[in-house]
Design a protein around this ligand. Structure first.
Ligand code: ZN
Length: 550
């Protein structure tokens, strides 16, 4: 295809006058640019003005035609469109980050040291941590609050055990939640010192009582958490992420952070299906700014496979007679779908089991009535009955999948599903064949945010230790190109953002990532874990590494 698609510029080029070069904000040169436009286009240089791609082409074509206020020589590095996570939980991830990770601590002293390091200067009102297990400690016993009281006399501390069934807190936390003087709590236990005062360890119902009394983080806390989260995500090359389930107040917060410039990351926000959200979204038409797309609702049809909550057509192999759970009344669900469809909104429904998927497909078919361009989605789509596969194609329904779920679940999913069903689970190639595309995500914070891990799981279907040796059902693997399209153009299509993002094309926003390896040409897909994200740009602005103004 023509490398230079900007006609007025070609005219200038023919005149050949140096002074006639068109001034632009940014020229990226000396690059291996993989456009991922679905046509295999590549380029060596690109011109960007006012956040938009104005030209892509060969090095000399771009350099002869454009004078960049900034010229970025990337020294032969690879440039892809900014990466997109099609299913994730931005706010949940952000708030989790503020919790100190205590998984793998080997002593109570180590826990206390970690808290001191991470929280001494933080502004979050509560000091939170999670993941400790006293069985891993040098003294394998529940700790006493003494060290926490010394370190944080005026700030409440709550540290959840790895299984969530116990919490260690300080005196201030107990006083603030009015549990200091509690005699007993239903379904739980308050451990006590010989003098009768609480040790700070609360078990089961007592732990729950405390945790539910911790106030919802304020908008200021959320803002701070989002700022830290965005920094991590941009460093991974992500320029757009999803929040699959937010209330309108939080969507409005994201919008305000975009407006003040505190948040650069593009966000696709799916609203929770509550009455206040239905009303507010309908009244204001959702949000549709270049950085925030809130034009969809997230529903839940069933639970998860691990806890045997996914709704299956036939009983679980490891629990006779049990078929999982439906979380929705079908009449109510379909009425809600019709309601949002009338406003032009998109539906995305969590369906992990084949029974849940069948019900969702049926409801979508009745509401959509055949081929369409509404881009309604089935989230996870982990087990699909073969009879239902082509219903995705027939009604233009998009399966949205998370390859790292396959490599996290592969150790035990076969026990739940049995031999026959595991063969048709996590069937990404079959699902891709339906519409010729498949958007990829991570479901972070459930899985790691890192797109390199998604790539590896999709292509090699192995864990980082190369298990299983042959790959997990390799007939369902995606090619490297498909994995990249799944994290760019296809993810953008699934979020109705493809006029702006998802590929490097003239007229689209200049979201891009510079990496030191071409992920499409790795002889060993595991090498992707050695690829570095050198720079990330949104709207032609470098957002990683952060540019410090002087
Ligand atoms: Zn999710």
């Amino acid at each position: 295809m023509s490398a230079l698609r900007h006609l007025p510029v070609v005219a200038l080029l023919l005149v050949g006058c140096h002074w006639a070069k068109e001034p632009v904000d940014l020229v990226i040169r000396n690059a291996h640019i993989v456009c991922l436009d679905g046509a295999g286009t590549q380029a060596q240089a690109m011109a960007i003005h006012e956040g938009q791609i104005v030209a892509l082409g060969k090095e000399h074509e771009i350099l002869n035609a454009y004078r960049g206020e900034t010229v970025e020589d990337v020294q032969g590095a690879t440039v892809y469109p900014g990466l997109i996570d099609a299913h994730s939980h931005l706010l949940g991830y952000a708030l989790n980050l503020a919790h100190t990770d205590l998984v793998g601590t080997t002593s109570w002293e180590e826990v206390v040291d970690k808290l001191q390091d991470e929280h001494a200067n933080s502004s979050m009102p509560w000091v939170r941590g999670r993941g400790w297990d006293q069985n891993d400690w040098s003294v394998p016993e529940f700790a006493d609050r003494e060290a926490l009281d010394e370190l944080f006399p005026n700030r409440p501390v709550a540290l959840q055990r790895i299984d969530g069934h116990a919490v260690i807190v300080n005196r201030h936390a107990l006083e603030l939640t009015r549990l200091w003087k509690a005699k007993s709590l239903p379904g739980g236990e308050i451990l006590r010192r010989p003098d009768g005062t609480p040790t700070g360890v609360l078990i089961d119902g007592a732990a729950d009582s405390l945790l539910t009394r911790i106030p919802e983080p304020s908008a200021i806390d959320k803002t701070e958490a989002l700022r830290i989260a965005a920094k991590n995500l941009l460093a991974c090359g992500l320029t757009t992420v999803t929040d699959a389930g937010l209330d309108v107040d939080d969507i409005a917060l994201l919008d305000s952070l975009h407006k003040t410039g505190d948040l650069k990351l593009r966000v696709v926000a799916m609203a929770n299906p509550t009455e206040p959200n239905f009303q507010a979204m309908s009244e204001r038409g959702g949000w549709d700014t270049p950085r925030l797309k809130a034009q969809s609702f997230k529903f839940y049809m069933d639970g998860a496979l691990g806890s045997r909550g996914a709704a299956l057509l036939e009983p679980y192999d490891d629990r006779p007679g049990h078929r999982g759970l439906l979380l929705q009344s079908l009449e109510e669900y379909e009425a809600q779908l019709r309601r949002i469809h009338a406003d032009g909104f998109q539906a995305a429904t969590h369906a992990i089991g084949d029974s849940a998927a069948r019900l969702v497909l049926g409801a979508y078919e009745r509401v959509l009535g055949g081929p369409n361009d509404h881009r309604w989605r089935v989230e996870h789509a982990q087990v699909i009955h073969p009879d239902d596969l082509n219903r995705f194609r027939r009604s233009s329904i998009i399966p949205s999948v998370q390859p790292t779920h396959a490599t996290s679940d592969m150790y035990w999913a076969g026990v739940r599903l049995g031999r026959g069903r595991i063969r048709r689970a996590y069937a990404y190639a079959d699902l891709r064949d339906q519409l010729g595309m498949i958007p990829l995500g991570t479901d972070f914070p459930v899985e790691d945010v890192d797109p390199r891990k998604t790539f590896l799981a999709a292509v090699a279907r192995q864990d980082a230790a190369r298990y299983p040796e042959e790959g997990f059902h390799m007939d369902q693997a995606l090619t490297p190109r498909e994995a990249m399209l799944g994290m760019t153009l296809w993810a953008s299509l699934a979020s109705r953002m493809d006029t702006l993002t998802g590929s490097l094309e003239v007229g689209k926003r200049a979201d891009l990532v510079v990496t030191n390896r071409d992920w499409l040409k790795l002889s060993d897909p595991h090498d992707v874990l050695n690829a570095q994200i050198l720079k990330t740009f949104i709207d032609g602005e470098q957002v990683h590494p952060p540019v410090t103004s002087d």
